[in-house]
Design a protein. Sequence first.
Length: 320
Amino acid sequence: MTATSSALPAAFDNTVTRQLGVEIPIVQAPMGWIARSQLASAVSQAGAMGIIETSSGELDAVKDEIRTMKDLTDRPFGVNIAQAFVRDPSIAEFVIEQGVEFVTTSAGSPTKYTSTLKEAGLIVYHVVPTLQAALKAVDAGVDGLIVEGGEGGGFKSPTPVSTMVLLPLVCSRVDVPVIAAGGITDGATMAAAFALGAQGVQMGTRMVSAAESPVHDNWKQAIVDAAETDTVLLNQRHSPALRALKTGRTTALVDAEHNVFADFGDAKSLYYGGDMEAAIALSGQVAGRIDSVRPVADIIGDTVREFGEVVDRLAGVGSR
């Protein structure tokens, strides 16, 4: 059940929702080959912020996905520019031309695109894994930060810091709004992020397993079946590191001294073909808390409901 404006918690009327133009401060993570129109439009339609990825490097396909979003939803959506994987220097200009109003930048310096995007009137958030990176992004003029703990899936700092430590640290040192990422899957974890200073959350692994996610059912089921201990952190001798599901392929790469991106494998055979050993299946530790494949609208609606229940319960405890 999708939340309606009348049922939204008061905490959702904040800088993040106003800047992004959404009702619900939940952002879908920009996962390569996954964060495309099928998933992102469902997130936007549910009142949150759908994001189109660029980390796949397939910019022609990504550009088509951005155009398709306009046919699938009239709600706001954003685009991520993953700088380490975008080879087209005109990507910022393309995003601006498409009328996109919200951009997240990641996997590179916040100074590369921030000024160009902001001069065109866009809202820019940069993804950061450390306090130092957060301060650099603020100095570069970003509108906000996505603070990503090391328990999250995908590209990580080689020296990961948990969300419980990193989020309040960054929030205590910056004045821009913060979206929390890493370990967020429901209303309770969203409420915890707000308690630590966030004004929004980003969901990755939870959205990979959603009914509208384009990945093969084998991957969704692997997330559902996973324990909280069933991820590994790869590539810690290089950057970025990678958090992924524990499979035969990833277990063999745990102690690799070389850059494991050379062994990433055939992504499409994994993502769309369901061969769990064909490539590295990126996933966060929160897979251990996901027990079913559910529609995006239900995930977001239940998150909003539970968030409100948790906040009300804590307020009640405090008044006794």
